[in-house]
Design a protein around this ligand. Structure first.
Ligand code: HEC
Length: 131
């Protein structure tokens, strides 16, 4: 029967769709520096760097490091986030640790340069024609 012949490929399709559903999108967590030169600290998922221990000490007791990984801010932007957490979420004064923490965040979780975003450069000298 025709319907039966469709059932096998259809269920295979459903299985393959289901298994693709939860695949993380790597481009959303792309580090600022080219991926092949970056080492990830297995414990925190953050990019390894001598200043990482400061960040782990200051930034991992209240929430997941995913909140850091999924954001891109300039140094000023990170400073603003820290002030915001200090004002509303009981984050302490980072003191001497603030500089290395900001160095780390702005280096590794700064805005991704347009070139690295996989978008082509804008077209130049386009000759449009009237319809
Ligand atoms: C005292 C607790 C605490 C510490 C320590 C802390 N945070 Fe947070 N942070 C919070 C809370 C609470 C939120 C809000 C979480 C939410 O919206 O679910 C937050 C949110 C964030 C966000 C998301 C901001 C946004 O715009 O949505 C980022 C990024 C962040 N934290 C980074 C850091 C960094 C970097 C450090 C280390 C300097 C740090 N946090 C340390 C409490 C803390």
């Amino acid at each position: 029967m025709k319907l039966f012949h469709l059932a096998v490929p259809f269920s295979l399709l459903l299985i393959s769709l289901a298994s693709f559903r939860d695949v993380p999108k790597p481009e959303r967590i792309r580090p600022t520096i080219a991926a092949d030169t970056v080492k990830i600290d297995p414990e925190s998922g953050l990019i390894a760097d001598p200043n990482l221990m400061m960040v782990k000490a200051q930034c991992t007791s209240c929430h997941s490091t995913k909140l850091i990984i999924q954001h891109r801010f300039t140094r000023a932007g990170w400073t603003e986030r820290i002030r915001w957490m200090q004002k509303y979420h009981k984050l302490w004064n980072l003191g001497e640790a603030e500089k290395p923490v900001l160095d780390y965040l702005s280096t590794h979780y700064g805005p991704v340069p347009a070139k690295a975003q996989g978008r082509r450069a804008p077209l130049q000298n386009v000759k449009w024609y009237t319809l």
